[in-house]
Design a protein around this ligand. Structure first.
Ligand code: UDP
Ligand code: MG
Length: 339
């Protein structure tokens, strides 16, 4: 067991996709902060998520200068969730913090996260108290998304919490046991549970570069979240179908009654057409929802890996396979990492 005064290893996991403008600022900001935290050694795991600019070169330059900086180069752009998964798999720390490279997750909060972890929390969430930097539209859609998600799903997502958080080694090990390929990280993080503390902060605007999440990508992320953690959209079609069938039955009874009393009347082309189209539309929506789930089952069934690593770079520019690197670090850390 490690006592409260042992030196512990902290891993920062940083997914990077076309971030050449942000990387320098990130290191300038984060290094001094990490250096000053008491009884902490740290490593920075940079995941290059198939960047097409000179991001990789810049990352390598930093890892060459500092052996605590490692780079994992993925074979193409797999998306933030996959890049994050790769980073969490590679991280060796007793605690791990995923953090964005654009400084929207303030590194100045890290000492506080570590303090709460030392005080016994296994997960320390960083919650945005204000999203002033986001557009009105993004704030409103985000708020309604959390509401809809939490209504539909048994799993309640903490509101306004991103991927920025501290997780103990036990939590990371639990996450590694979740085999799904569709990785809605926020949901997975919440799903594993554990003793949680919350720290608040204000989200800053991006320091440089542009957000990689367009409206369409966010929409897909939202769908991912709901389909990963709720089958209610699937099941609701039974009830929608029942409701429509019941309505149709009542209307049928009404028509039979009316025909018996008043005789046959022929007109009704417009109402017939609109009802047929309406039902056709409803059926297609139902089919689409079923399709969303089947598509995901199909992806899971194929069982492809979540990401592919082209190469791992570490230890002052001498690239080695991480397998050996891992052993070196383990020996160095000795027996003091029981958690
Ligand atoms: N990112 C990534 N792969 C992607 C998209 C984004 O690794 O396909 C990284 C990106 O480099 C950044 C983080 O994920 O470090 C958050 O991205 P961004 O700032 O664009 O998202 P936002 O803050 O707008 O939600
Ligand atoms: Mg950002």
């Amino acid at each position: 067991m490690s006592g409260p005064y042992d030196v512990r290893l902290l891993s920062l996991v940083v997914p990077c996709y076309n971030e050449s403008e942000s990387i320098g600022k990130f290191f300038d900001c984060v290094m001094p902060i990490l250096e000053t935290i008491d009884r902490i050694r740290f490593e920075i795991v940079l995941v290059n998520d198939g960047s097409t600019d000179d991001t990789l070169d810049q990352l390598l330059a930093y890892s060459r200068k500092d052996e605590r900086v490692r780079v994992v180069d993925l074979t193409r752009n797999f998306g933030k969730e996959a890049a994050l998964t790769a980073g969490l798999d590679e991280a060796l720390g007793d605690a791990v913090i995923p953090i964005d490279v654009d400084l929207q997750d303030p590194p100045s909060l890290i000492p506080e996260l570590v303090a709460r972890w030392r005080a016994g929390a296994e997960v320390v969430l960083a919650q945005r108290s204000r999203r002033a930097c986001d557009s009105w539209l993004k704030r409103v859609t985000a708020a309604s998304y959390y509401r809809i998600h939490n209504r539909l799903s048994d799993l309640k997502l903490p509101v306004n919490v991103g991927d920025f958080r501290l997780m103990d080694r036990v939590v990371i090990n639990a996450l590694k046991q979740l085999p799904e390929r569709h990785r809605f990280m926020k949901g997975l993080f919440a799903w594993v549970g554990y003793k949680t503390a919350i720290v608040r902060y204000e989200r800053e605007p991006r320091t440089a570069g542009r957000s990689k999440f367009s409206g369409w990508r966010l929409w897909n992320l939202a769908l991912e979240g709901i389909t990963s953690f709720s089958t209610l959209p699937l099941r609701s079609w039974t009830y929608i179908g029942l409701l429509i069938a019941f309505g149709a039955f009542c209307y049928g009874a009404f028509i039979v009654g009316r025909t018996l009393i008043f005789g046959v009347d022929v007109p009704g082309y417009a109402s017939l057409l609109s009802i047929v189209l309406f039902l056709g539309g409803i059926q297609l929506i139902g089919l689409g929802v079923v399709g969303e789930y089947i598509g995901r089952i199909y992806d899971e069934a194929k069982g492809r890996p979540i990401y592919l690593v082209r190469r791992r770079y570490q230890e002052s520019g001498q690239d080695r396979q991480l397998a050996t690197g891992r052993r070196v670090i383990r020996l160095e850390r000795g027996a003091g990492n029981g958690r």
